[in-house]
Design a protein around this ligand. Structure first.
Ligand SMILES: Nc1ncnc2c1ncn2[C@@H]1O[C@H](COP(=O)(O)OP(=O)(O)O)[C@@H](O)[C@H]1O
Ligand SMILES: [Mg+2]
Length: 175
């Protein structure tokens, strides 16, 4: 469930950047926002007209999984342009854990990050993002990406302690 202020912002068609430490409920909130927004994607939406009914109405991915998929195209596994077209054109992109992929192929990462954010920005496409990275750190990697994100998105700063509960432990053996 989203709180009433967030639900209202979803109704007003806002994009969101859910930011905060691990476990505070960023991904949970993004899922709730996506559930509220998803019914707005109707079959007559223009992406279906141009790409056919098999086109995904929304894409949910972690940034690191997307970055890994892009990197795997470098050794011939699919086409990078096909992946980026899906994430650029999908009516709703939910991008979990922005900034996590920064350590893999660090030279190429800034261009990937900028290309991803800029595609959503120039297309004026609905975009929900979570991050537990400091925005200042992401800004050092791509100032232009962060600048665009902050213009596009209502920033939801989430604080507190992790909601994750340990599953507990058992001890086996010994006398
Ligand atoms: N509003 C909420 N009500 C109940 N459980 C929640 C809520 N927000 C998060 N949780 C639970 O807390 C845990 C951590 O949430 P998650 O969204 O994965 O955190 P984060 O993405 O910030 O690391 C998950 O088990 C999730 O189901
Ligand atoms: Mg999360």
């Amino acid at each position: 469930m989203l709180g009433p202020r967030l639900a209202k912002a979803v109704e007003k068609d806002a994009n969101f950047l859910f930011a905060g430490p691990v476990g505070v409920g960023k991904t949970f909130a993004m899922a709730a926002a996506a559930r509220l927004w998803a019914p707005k994607v109707r079959p007559e939406h223009d992406v279906y007209r141009s790409h056919g009914p098999e086109f995904l109405p929304f894409v949910w991915t972690s940034e690191s999984a997307l970055w890994a998929a892009v990197r795997s195209t470098w050794s011939g596994d699919g086409r990078e342009s096909d992946i980026m077209r899906q994430v650029a054109e999908t009516p709703l992109l939910c991008l979990d854990d922005l900034g996590q992929g920064a350590s893999a192929a660090p030279k190429a990462y800034p261009a990937f990050l900028f290309g991803l954010v800029n595609a959503r920005y120039t297309g004026n496409k609905k975009t929900f993002v979570t991050t537990n990275a400091e925005l200042a750190d992401i800004r050092r990697i791509s100032p232009a990406a962060v600048d665009r994100l902050l213009e596009m998105c209502v920033c939801v700063e989430m604080t507190g302690r992790s909601r994750r509960k340990p599953a507990g432990s058992i001890t086996i053996g010994g006398e």
